[in-house]
Design a protein around this ligand. Structure first.
Ligand code: ADP
Length: 207
């Protein structure tokens, strides 16, 4: 059997745009999903692969009693200390990438979504992607939805939005866009339509 390149769709969008919701809908239709945020959480969970390096560089103060990363303490610290942010990135990026590639290699679904909140900023996943899908919604809705997440405040969301790539730049690199300005039923319809398109593209790419 010859080598067949996997059909991988990079999914990105601002905080609260609906990436996780969209990925869940695609998964229910049978697509594979690899989520870099979920991988980052696994690596920093109790006994996670990144924990020994974090302990060594930053000390116990940044770990919870169960041995997981204290995300709030770390987020506050690196926000005010750019060199520490670089050190944390040095610990995380390579490990995330390695886990992503293993997950992509072992995926058996017809096509796979790779959810990367900072796809545009990071850039390093672009070579493996067949398409870039941007989930987009009006900023008012984005603010409202992002605030639904436990522990999120309006100010924290505004800060994150200001630090992320702006909508226009993100939309410029998109091959496909899901407009998530309606209800969940219309979102589901957009996802179904794109799922059909991706399945047709997969068939074409192996024909
Ligand atoms: P992201 O992963 O991009 O940060 P999520 O998928 O977590 O965004 O969506 C943010 C919040 O908004 C979640 O609580 C989700 O249930 C809700 N949400 C997303 N899309 C819609 C929609 N079309 N209608 C209502 N709620 C939505």
């Amino acid at each position: 059997m010859g080598f067949v390149k996997k059909f991988i769709v990079g999914v990105t969008g601002g905080i609260g745009s609906g990436k996780s919701t969209v990925a869940g809908m695609f998964a229910r239709l049978g697509a594979g999903v690899v989520d870099t945020d979920a991988i980052s959480h696994q690596l920093t969970a109790p006994g996670g692969e990144a924990i020994p390096a974090i302990r060594e560089k930053f000390g116990e103060a940044f770990l919870n009693a169960d041995g997981s990363l204290n995300r709030t303490a770390m987020r506050d610290f690196v926000f005010n200390h750019p060199p520490a942010r670089k050190q944390l990135e040095a610990i995380m990026h390579g490990r995330i990438r390695e886990t992503v590639h293993k997950a992509l290699d072992s995926a058996v679904e017809p096509y796979v979504l790779l959810v990367v909140p900072l796809l545009i900023e990071v850039g390093s996943y672009r070579p493996v992607l067949s398409r870039v899908l941007v989930v987009d919604c009006d900023e008012e809705l984005q603010l409202e939805r992002a605030c639904l997440r436990p522990g999120m405040t309006l100010n924290a969301v505004r800060g994150i939005m200001a630090a992320q790539t702006d909508r226009k730049t993100r939309l410029r690199v998109a091959d496909d866009v899901i407009e998530n300005n309606g209800d969940l039923t219309s979102l589901e319809q957009s996802v179904q339509a794109l799922d059909q398109q991706y399945r047709a593209m997969v068939v074409q790419s192996v024909a």
